[in-house]
Ligand binder design. Structure first.
Ligand code: GUN
Ligand code: ZN
Length: 432
C-alpha cells in the first residue's frame, strides 16, 4: 500500500473551543505528519515519530494544514449571478435568481456550471458543500456527476418549488415527489454523494407540496433536508399570509414534520423565543450566512442567543446571495456581523466552525472535518504569507490564534496553497 506523508504545521479540532485559552479543544503540531493511505488518514503524529520508509513525503512547511473547509449552504446554480445589483431578498429572487435558474433546463448548461463551481470550491479550500440545485433534475445529475468525477463528498438536492415563481421553474407536488425519489435512488450513497431533500421555502411551496416533502423526509430518514427560514421581514410576512394557521414561520416547517437533526436551515435571523426553542428541541441546524445577510440587507444573525438556547449552528457562503466562495472571507464577515451585535467570535471559533463544527452539523464527524485516523484525507494547506500585506502583518504575529485571525481577515483563495481531496492534490491539478 502506497503511503503519503504530508509534513507541515497541523491544526485540527477536538471539540468546540471555549475561549482563546482552551488548548484542549484542538491539536496543534508544529512539525506534524499526516499519514495517508487509500484516501484516508491513517495517523497524525510528530514528523520525527513517523516511519517514512517507502512513503511519498510532501513537505508543506511552514504552511498550516487543516481539514478541508465545509460550506453548509450554497446555490451552485447561482454561480453566474453572484454580485447582481438588487435590493432585498424578494426583489433579488424575482428579478435575478428565478431568471438565472431557468437556464438549467438547457442541455449542457448544468454540466458547464457544475464544473466551474467545483473549481471555485477547490480554489478556496472547500472540500465539502451542501448545495441547492435548480428545480430541474438534470442540474442534480450534473452536480453529483461532477462530485463523483472529483471524488468529493458533496450533499445536494433538487429544489422543490411549485408556486410564486415563473412557470418554467415550477414543478408540481407530484413531479417533485417523483423526481426527488428518482434522484435519491440514483445519487444518495453513490461514490461520496449524499442527497438533501430541498423544499426551497414556504413561499414557493404550496401546502400540498409541503405534504409531499413530509412524505419524502419520512420515507428517507437517511437523507438531509434543507430549506430557508426567517431571512427577511417581507419574506416572513408573506409566509405567514400563505400559512395563516401556523404559529410562526418556523411553525410552518414544524407542522409538516420537516425539522430534525438532519435539517439544515439557512439564515434564521429574526426568530422569536418559541421558534428558537423549537429549533433547539428538534436539533435542526441554523446556518449563518454572513456575506449574504449583509449583501441582501437581511439582518444580523444572533449567534449568542441561539447558542444559549441550545440551537446547533453552522456557517455557509450562500452563493449567489453570498459574495464569496471563500470560507475565510465568509468568517471575516461573520466576525463583523457579530461585532455589530456586541458578540465575540474567536479565531478558534471560526476555524472550528468551518471544519469540525460544520461536520457535526452534518452528523459527519469522524468522516470529514478533522485530521484523525479513519477520516477522509480532505485537507487544506494555508499560507499566511500569501500576499505582501499578509506577509507584512505576519512579521508581528506572535501566536497561532493571531495567525488564524490574519488568515481570516486578509486571506482568500490566494492563501490556499494546496487542497487534497481523498488524499489527492486537487488545487495544483486544476487547469488554470
Ligand atoms: N430563499 C429562498 N430561496 C433563496 C435563495 O436562493 N437565496 C437566498 N438567500 N434566500 C432564499
Ligand atoms: Zn440559500
Amino acid at each position: 500500500m502506497t503511503r503519503t506523508v504530508l509534513r507541515g504545521r497541523v491544526l485540527t479540532f477536538r471539540s468546540e473551543p471555549q475561549g482563546l485559552d482552551d488548548a484542549a479543544s484542538y491539536r496543534y503540531l508544529e512539525d506534524g505528519a499526516i499519514v495517508i493511505a487509500d484516501g484516508k488518514i491513517v495517523a497524525l503524529e510528530d514528523f520525527s515519530a513517523v516511519d517514512t520508509d517507502d512513503a511519498q513525503i510532501i513537505d508543506h512547511r511552514p504552511h498550516l494544514i487543516l481539514p478541508g473547509f465545509i460550506d453548509l449552504h450554497v446555490h451552485y446554480v447561482q454561480s453566474q449571478m453572484i454580485a447582481s445589483y438588487a435590493g432585498s431578498l424578494l426583489e433579488w429572487l424575482n428579478n435575478y435568481t428565478f431568471i438565472e435558474e431557468q437556464k438549467f433546463s438547457q442541455q449542457g448548461h448544468a454540466g458547464a456550471i457544475a464544473s466551474a463551481f467545483y473549481d471555485e470550491l477547490i480554489r478556496n479550500g472547500t472540500t465539502t458543500a451542501v448545495a441547492y440545485c435548480s428545480s430541474h433534475p438534470r442540474s442534480v445529475d450534473a452536480y453529483f456527476a461532477e462530485a463523483e468525477k472529483r471524488n468529493m463528498l458533496m450533499v445536494g438536492g433538487k429544489v422543490m418549488m411549485d408556486r410564486n415563481a415563473p412557470e418554467a421553474l415550477c414543478d408540481t407536488p407530484q413531479s417533485s415527489y417523483d423526481d426527488t425519489k428518482a434522484l435519491i435512488a440514483r445519487w444518495h450513497g453513490r461514490s461520496r454523494g449524499l442527497y438533501a431533500i430541498s423544499p426551497r421555502f414556504a413561499i414557493t411551496s404550496s401546502p400540498e407540496q409541503m405534504e409531499i416533502a413530509r412524505a419524502l423526509v419520512a420515507e428517507h430518514p437517511e437523507c438531509h433536508v434543507q430549506t430557508h427560514l426567517s431571512e427577511n421581514d417581507a419574506e416572513i410576512k408573506l409566509s405567514m399570509e400563505l400559512y395563516p394557521g401556523a404559529k410562526d414561520y418556523t411553525g410552518i416547517y414544524e407542522d409538516f414534520g420537516l425539522l430534525g437533526p438532519r435539517t439544515l436551515i439557512g439564515h434564521c435571523i429574526h426568530l422569536n423565543h418559541r421558534e428558537t426553542h423549537v429549533l433547539a428541541e428538534t436539533k435542526a441546524v441554523a446556518v449563518f450566512c454572513p456575506t449574504s445577510n449583509l449583501f441582501l440587507g437581511s439582518g444580523l444573525f444572533d449567534r449568542e442567543r441561539l447558542m444559549m438556547a441550545g440551537v446547533r449552528i453552522g456557517v455557509a457562503t450562500d452563493i449567489g446571495g453570498g459574495t464569496s466562495y471563500s470560507m475565510l472571507r465568509t468568517l471575516d464577515e461573520g466576525y463583523k456581523v457579530l461585532q455589530l451585535r456586541g458578540q465575540r467570535l474567536t479565531p478558534f471559533d471560526s476555524f472550528y466552525m468551518m471544519t469540525l463544527g460544520n461536520a457535526r452539523a452534518l452528523s459527519l464527524q469522524g468522516t470529514i472535518g478533522t485530521i484523525e485516523s479513519g477520516c477522509s484525507a480532505d485537507l487544506v494547506v494555508l499560507n499566511a504569507n500569501a500576499t505582501s500585506a499578509m506577509a507584512l502583518r505576519m512579521l508581528t504575529v506572535a501566536n497561532l490564534y493571531e495567525e488564524l485571525f490574519l488568515l481570516q481577515t486578509l486571506g482568500d483563495d490566494r492563501a490556499v496553497a494546496e487542497v487534497y481531496v481523498a488524499g489527492a492534490p486537487a488545487k495544483s491539478s486544476l487547469a488554470s
